[in-house]
Design a protein. Structure first.
Ligand code: 9D3
Length: 253
C-alpha cells in the first residue's frame, strides 16, 4: 500500500510513523507514506495556501490551484484513490477501512481552516471521509487514523497473534474482558474458568462475556450479528437469548 498525504503540516506525521506497527510496516516495505507539503506547490510570492471566502464569512478557504498541481504530480504513474478528510464526509468505520485497504494507492488530502475550495472537491476528490462528529483543527489527525487503521488490515502486517481476520469476535460483538497476572489484583480474582485449561469452557465463557458486554454497552450492534445454532442454544441455556432478541427488536433499521 502506498499513501500520499497532501498537507500543510507534514511534520505532524513523523512521530506516528516512527513507532510500533507502522514503523515495522514501513521498514518491511509493506507500506510507503509520502508526505507532500502543499505549500511547495504555491506560485505566489507569499506561498499562500488559503484565501478569503467569496461571499464573506468567517475564516479562510484552501486555494484549489496548489492542491491541484500537487495532486497532479502525485498522480503521475499509478492513479490513487483520492480521499478528502472533511467533517462533512461519510463517517469512517471498519467496513470502509477494509474497502480502502483493497486499493494499491491512497491519496489523503488534509484540509485546514474552514475547508477546501468546492471546485477542487468536485474535480479531483473520489470520496470525503470524517472520523466522527466532533471538530478537529484539520484533516491531519484523521489522515493518520486512516493510515493506521488501513495498515493493520494489510496481509502480513500483524503477527498471527493479533491477526485482523483471526479476531475471534470480529463479527460485530464487542470483545470480552481480558486478564493477565497477577491472579488477584486489589481483591479482584481472575475468573476461575480462565485458569482451568478447558478450552471449550474458556471459548463459551468468552463468547457469553462478549454478548453481555455488547448488550450493556452497544446493544444496537447485535442487529447485525449472526449466531450459530450452538450459540443460540447456549444463549437460551444461560437466559441471555430473550435479552438479545429484545435488543434487536428495539433497533429496527
Ligand atoms: C463551522 C463549520 N465547521 C465544520 C464543522 C468548519 C470546520 C471545522 C473544522 C471545517 C474544518 C475543520 C477541520 N476538520 C477537519 O478537517 C476534519 C474532521 C473533523 O473536524 N472532524 C472529524 N473528522 C474530520 S476529517 C477532517
Amino acid at each position: 500500500m502506498r499513501f500520499d498525504v497532501l498537507t500543510i503540516f507534514p511534520e505532524l506525521f513523523t512521530s506516528v510513523l516512527q513507532e510500533g506497527i507502522l514503523r515495522r510496516a514501513l521498514q518491511a516495505d509493506q507500506i510507503a507514506v509520502n508526505l507532500h507539503n502543499i505549500r511547495d506547490w504555491t506560485v505566489d510570492k507569499h506561498n499562500m495556501t488559503d484565501d478569503r471566502p467569496f461571499g464573506g464569512g468567517e475564516g479562510m478557504v484552501m486555494k484549489p490551484e496548489p492542491l491541484a498541481s500537487c495532486l497532479q504530480d502525485v498522480q503521475e504513474g499509478e492513479q490513487g484513490r483520492v480521499v478528502l478528510l472533511s467533517p462533512r464526509g461519510e463517517q469512517l468505520n471498519q467496513k470502509i477501512v477494509r474497502r480502502l485497504a483493497g486499493h494499491e494507492k491512497l491519496v489523503l488530502v488534509c484540509g485546514r481552516y474552514e475547508g477546501v475550495d468546492e471546485r477542487f472537491c468536485r474535480k479531483y476528490v473520489d470520496e470525503e471521509l470524517s472520523i466522527g462528529d466532533y471538530i478537529l483543527t484539520g484533516g491531519e489527525l484523521a489522515a493518520m487514523v486512516i493510515v493506521d487503521s488501513v495498515t493493520r488490515m494489510l496481509p502480513g502486517v500483524l503477527g498471527c497473534a493479533d491477526s485482523a481476520a483471526n479476531d475471534t469476535f470480529s463479527r460485530g460483538l464487542l470483545k470480552h474482558g481480558q486478564y493477565t497476572r497477577p491472579r488477584v489484583f486489589e481483591g479482584l480474582a481472575v475468573p476461575e474458568v480462565l485458569l482451568g485449561g478447558d478450552h471449550g469452557k474458556v471459548y463459551e465463557y468468552r463468547f457469553l462475556e462478549s454478548v453481555r458486554e455488547t448488550l450493556q454497552r452497544r446493544p444496537a450492534l447485535l442487529h447485525s450479528v449472526e449466531f450459530s445454532v450452538a450459540e443460540l442454544r447456549l444463549l437460551k441455556k444461560v437466559g441471555l437469548f430473550q435479552q438479545v432478541q429484545e435488543a434487536i427488536k428495539k433497533n429496527v433499521h
